[in-house]
Design a binder for this molecule. Structure first.
Ligand SMILES: Cc1cc2nc3c(=O)[nH]c(=O)nc-3n(C[C@H](O)[C@H](O)[C@H](O)COP(=O)(O)OP(=O)(O)OC[C@H]3O[C@@H](n4cnc5c(N)ncnc54)[C@H](O)[C@@H]3O)c2cc1C
Length: 356
């Protein structure tokens, strides 16, 4: 079986690796270089679950499907840790509440996770560096911090060693998809999905996320990834002491709904203000960047065969939560192409949004 995989991020590399491990001939076509997209530009949070808190997932998906999604992501986190080596640190993550309303929301997630037997811990009392700014926090102990580009390059190297032909600098256009010589084509371009598949316009929309990183701080302030305001603010301190900070896109949804990987003064100055809030000072900022992810109306990715095309498959639209789900969904898709569709794929069936 010949498979062409378009996109050299975590999804494409994961899918290509699983296909090659099962004997398929795989070509991975990447427009730029491996990890040039969101997979190499993100905050490095490897979180369990989907792009919504667990209690909300139970309400919208139903208890059974929410539980299956969270279990799938926990299994993927274990595999990620195994494959990523020192690009992954299993240090847990903290979700923080700024207000009483947010603290109640945290409590609801804590209760729902506990009721279904998932590990989660209240942080009480808050450590001094957080007590100054936040009302409450919960710890997701199984989550991880990633060096995302290093992790995905490692995954790509493994895929290449397993026989995948990795072609960098090869951009496909929408019209090329029907002409690719392969039994199956996988589109794994997340935020750019609708550029290759125009029928996904309005279903997988590009959204920009912006980040910055400081010079190394003198002290270790944050031991693990932290996020607040429903994930609109997030930061982690790297092993070398630098602080990586992202978010604030809720201040300008209109300008941030774009596939343009440029930073803006507005968001960058708000990120600087967040650094000052967290540290009491603004250290030197050494790098600023932006990346693009794909958002879907129900915040679940589309993973499976596209009802609109022959033998074209998609995995994308993680709604800003693709580090762990990208690994999981790439594998799920590969198994479906190999003729053994795993039951979890039902969670992400593209047919729920895309008509034929
Ligand atoms: C700033 C930012 C912060 C984020 N933070 C987190 C986080 O902390 N945790 C988390 O879980 N998720 C986070 N995300 C989301 C996460 O990065 C993505 O969901 C995930 O990386 C998607 O991986 P992917 O492989 O599907 O797509 P990508 O990594 O975007 O890879 C797609 C690849 O396809 C290539 N490509 C695009 N079009 C074509 C074409 N026509 N032909 C050939 N190649 C093409 C691109 O160059 C790119 O390399 C963040 C995203 C951003 C932008």
């Amino acid at each position: 079986m010949d498979v062409a995989v378009v996109g050299g991020g975590v999804t494409g590399c994961s899918c290509a690796l699983t296909l090659a491990e099962h004997g398929a001939r795989v070509r991975l076509l990447e427009a730029r270089e491996i990890a040039a997209g969101a997979s190499g530009r993100n905050g490095g949070f490897a979180l369990r679950g989907g792009a919504m808190p667990y209690d909300r997932a139970r309400q919208t998906l139903g208890a059974d499907r929410a539980r299956r999604l969270w279990r799938l992501s926990e299994t993927a986190l274990d595999r990620l840790e195994q494959l990523a080596g020192d690009a992954c640190r299993r240090v847990g993550s903290l979700r923080l509440a700024n207000s009483g309303v947010e603290a109640e929301a945290l409590g609801r997630e804590l209760d729902a996770l506990r009721a279904d037997g998932f590990a989660v811990e209240p942080v009480d009392p808050l450590p001094p560096e957080l007590a100054r700014l936040f009302r409450a926090a919960i710890l997701h102990p199984g989550d991880a911090a990633l060096q995302p580009a290093r992790w995905v390059r490692r995954l790509a190297a493994r895929a290449a060693a397993t026989g995948v032909e990795v072609v960098e600098g090869r951009a496909l256009r929408a019209g090329d998809l029907d002409r690719v010589e392969a039994d199956h084509v996988v589109v794994a371009v997340d935020g750019l999905s609708s550029e290759l598949l125009p029928e996904l316009a309005g279903l997988v929309t590009p959204q920009r996320g912006q980040m910055l990183v400081t010079a190394p701080l003198r002290e270790r302030v944050f031991e693990r990834p932290h996020y607040a305001r429903d994930g609109y603010d997030y930061w982690q301190q790297l092993p070398d002491g630098r602080l990586v900070v992202g978010g604030k896109r809720d201040l300008s949804f209109a300008t941030e709904a774009t596939a343009d990987e440029e930073t803006t003064e507005l968001i960058q100055s708000e990120l600087e203000a967040l650094v000052v809030e967290l540290l009491g000072e603004l250290p030197a900022i050494t790098h600023r960047w932006a990346g693009v992810w794909g958002e879907t109306p129900d915040r679940l990715p589309l993973v499976g065969r596209l009802p609109t095309r022959e033998n074209v498959w998609i995995a994308g639209g993680y709604s800003g939560h693709g580090n762990v789900l990208g690994l999981a969904c790439g594998e799920l898709l590969a198994r479906a192409i190999l003729g053994e569709p795993p039951p979890e794929l039902e969670l992400f069936d593209p047919a729920r949004l895309v008509g034929d």
